[in-house]
Design a protein around this ligand. Structure first.
Ligand SMILES: NC(=O)c1ccc[n+]([C@@H]2O[C@H](COP(=O)([O-])OP(=O)(O)OC[C@H]3O[C@@H](n4cnc5c(N)ncnc54)[C@H](OP(=O)(O)O)[C@@H]3O)[C@@H](O)[C@H]2O)c1
Length: 265
């Protein structure tokens, strides 16, 4: 299986690094394209993959094409890619906000749409994978194998992609926002920066790990550490008074709405 990545950016690098490290594919079967020669040099040196600035040439010999350019570049690159596609090629798009039907453009092109997130850069990504109209189960499996090399890959319906975008696509930013707030409070309470960074990061990672490994619900785990009259109770009551849960729900819905708007152009 020969795979070509169109756009040798950050996300493409995360996936290429993951699939080669995990032996999902051989470096010799991977090709990356970019307009930037320095990026291509970097990929060749780091991962030993093929490279070219010629999108059409790279597409012509590929079984799987991963569209990893920014969404705004899509209209510029797609016509030449579409013309060069092998008749049985699979197109996997990680571009935000571009529906599979827009890529297939009325033709029976097999498209799988992926919504990744940036922790893929450290092998801890969370990706939603959705089959376009003509994609078959084996196509979804290929996308799952690629994204599974850099984290968790979950299959969803394409109509759920906007919700996935709001939850896990944009999700890392919500966690960073929480961390920003926790660290600001730590500074105000006089904790040394390095110490508070370590404690806050381990708290977020540890809480997520505890929830995953225990299989318990978030509310149950929270109740366990919130005894009436205690310190956690004081904190959670303050969050509730400020309507933080409602704000988070509204925030995700706003992200979903924006994702739908972007997909509709
Ligand atoms: N859910 C998420 O959190 C998430 C996160 C990351 C990415 N994504 C999606 O993943 C995609 C890639 O994002 P990214 O952050 O990796 O972007 P990026 O770093 O900007 O990578 C895109 C690469 O494509 C290159 N490029 C521009 N025009 C090109 C052309 N005509 N042919 C070939 N390559 C070209 C760019 O070069 P120049 O820089 O020189 O223009 C850049 O190196 C985006 O569509 C984004 O929506 C989603």
């Amino acid at each position: 299986m020969k795979i070509t990545f169109i756009g040798a950016g950050n996300m493409a690098e995360a996936i290429v690094a993951g699939i080669i490290k995990q032996n999902v594919v051989e470096a010799a079967d991977v090709c990356v394209t970019d307009i930037n020669e320095e990026r291509l040099d970097h990929f060749t040196e780091q991962y030993g993959v093929g490279r070219t600035t010629d999108n059409a040439a790279a597409v012509a010999q590929a079984d799987v094409i991963v569209l990893s350019v920014k969404p705004q570049i899509f209209p510029d690159v797609w016509p030449e890619i579409e013309r060069a596609l092998k008749s049985d090629a699979l197109v996997i798009s990680i571009m935000a906000g571009i529906p599979s039907a827009k890529i297939a453009n009325g033709k029976p092109i097999r498209v799988v749409r992926v919504m990744p997130n940036t922790p893929a850069l450290v092998g801890e990504g969370a990706a939603g994978i959705a089959a376009g109209e003509f994609a078959v189960e084996a196509d979804v499996e290929i996308a799952c194998n690629l994204l599974g090399a850099v984290g968790v890959a979950v299959v969803v319906d394409e109509k759920e992609i906007d919700a996935v975008t709001a939850l896990s696509g944009s999700g890392p930013a919500y966690v960073f926002y929480l961390l920003e707030s926790m660290l600001e409070a730590a500074e105000q309470m006089g904790l040394e920066k390095g110490v508070s960074r370590e404690l806050a990061l381990s708290t977020v990672i540890g809480a997520a790990k505890l929830m995953r490994e225990s299989g318990e619900e978030a509310a149950g785990l929270r109740a366990k550490v919130t005894s009436k009259g205690g310190t956690t109770h004081a904190a959670i009551s303050t969050l509730e008074e400020h309507g933080v849960k409602d704000a988070v729900v509204a925030a995700l819905k706003a992200a979903q709405t924006r994702s739908i708007e972007l997909a509709n152009g």
